[in-house]
Design a protein around this ligand. Sequence first.
Ligand code: OXD
Ligand code: MN
Length: 603
Amino acid sequence: MNDAARLPVARDMDRLAGVEIPNPHVRAWVAECAAMCQPDRIHVLNGSAAERQELLQQAVAEGVLLPLNQQKLPGCYLHRSNPNDVARTEQCTFICTPSERLAGQTNNWMDPKQCYAMLGQLFSGSMRGRTLYVVPFVMGPLGSPLAKVGVEITDSIYVAISMGVMTRMGDCAWKELQGSDEFTRCLHSVGDCNPERRYICHFPLDNVIWSFGSGYGGNALLGKKCLALRLAGWMGYQQGWMAEHMLLMGVTSPDGAKTYVAAAFPSACGKTNFAMLIPPEKYLKAGWKINTLGDDIAWMYVNKHDGRLYAINPEAGYFGVVPGTSYQTNPNAMAIIQRDTIYTNVALLPDGDVWWEGKTETPPAACIDWTGQPWTPNCGRPAAHPNSRFTAPMRNNPVLDPQADDPNGVPISGIIFGGRRTKTIPLVFQAFNWIHGVYLGATLGSETTAAATGQLGVVRRDPMAMLPFCGYNINYYFTHWIRMRKQMKDCPRIFHVNWFRKGDDGKFLWPGFGENMRVLKWIVDRCKGQGYAAETLLGWMPRPEDIDLDGLNLPLGRIEAAQSIDLEEIKTEVLTQTELFMKLAGELPKELIFLRELLISRL
Ligand code: OXD
Ligand code: MN
């Protein structure tokens, strides 16, 4: 590249000459970024079907995507990531605010000026020889009072294509934005994909995200965790609404009434499965139905007309964990990923189909593993990466809720918190009230999974399943939850579930998956002021006879064990909460300290 081509802004403005960007603020920002990153080409996406086909062909030509068997899996492709880039990297994720206090104890902090300067060096010239894609997108149904426009600049065609699945992408964003300057500026470059030079940086006060050195979904599809949780959380804190790591589902009961619930489980703890749950046969026959609104993120606001909490799903697709997904565990997800899906880091079968652990009981005799190496069942390696993913449009979902695109969202009657806990935590109980529910959420614990790099299977506190996603001081976030109650006339009931408790035999006490409908029925009944519950030290709890076990063939002893409260174990649980409380001491809302004291006094 000659020096003239490297000349910054003015020259890049020239280079933008043939490029259609209707919004002048976006145009100026793209010019700035182009001047810094020095791409060879600029391509503004319009979001059309024809454009998608061209991008897919281009990605295949570049070896970024591999076409799968198009008879079996029309529109499906395989992507193999760099093996060093397979999960979110929390240690490389920063909140950049003028004061460290605003980022709080649970975030990595960097001074914004320093961060811009350091990353500016990395971005400088990072797109030489590459195409800079300008990806305009909307988070939320078009026209929603909560919808937010973002523009992602990326040098990854995989990211550009995936953003077209995960968001409402293309010209619709220009319509939504009009002439406004209010859009999230998302700058992304894979750079040389070196973990030593990997930074996912958020500037909440500037509405800016800079991500360098990773192509992984949670680090690179900037509309998702970075915008829809970390930055949106901060916006919601200031403006009086909530951005949460929650699935959204509609539950229709036999009388035709529909109850919407939101549920926060940490990453890779079954939100996608729960959101697409297929009720057991007898429930289907009786008229129960589940519809999905979202499987990962909910934006919630209080509707001024009825004083209730309403929710939208800001996303338009699913970025789901593949291993363990099967026609037994999640038939709806299996239907979704038969077409228009990008599989990342799964195994490739000889006929161009894909495979992963848990897809079928019997593994294939041979396949190509996620790294591109030959694989056989006894080779001692997994065929698919434990955090392999599917990226698929929500319109493929056979049980997509008819209101998934409703700009006003749906009224939420219940909020469920849940973690992956082999011990201690019962199958289900209900908080005494909103503030007790906030305490249950704030002290949520879960065993770590492959969705983030680091040690697996250790219990860590993951408040509201938001530990990695709360983009500002988590104490202020707790206060915000408490404060939201004041806006509501009729607030959702709050519940806690644990599908993962094991018996002394090491086996799960509760069958999970579709059978979770039985627990959900109790939850829905409670939301409607029905269903029996006994007061316990943890909260309102169904007695074993209050959960429908008919047709389940589950010995009474198993459900009793699943619901049992062991005082010694709960004491240990409260003690382990101390670690979090000590870390947050000083600014922790006093309500949470009082609720802990109340629990201790009940003990
Ligand atoms: C996700 C995550 O990808 O939580 O949704 O890591
Ligand atoms: Mn998630």
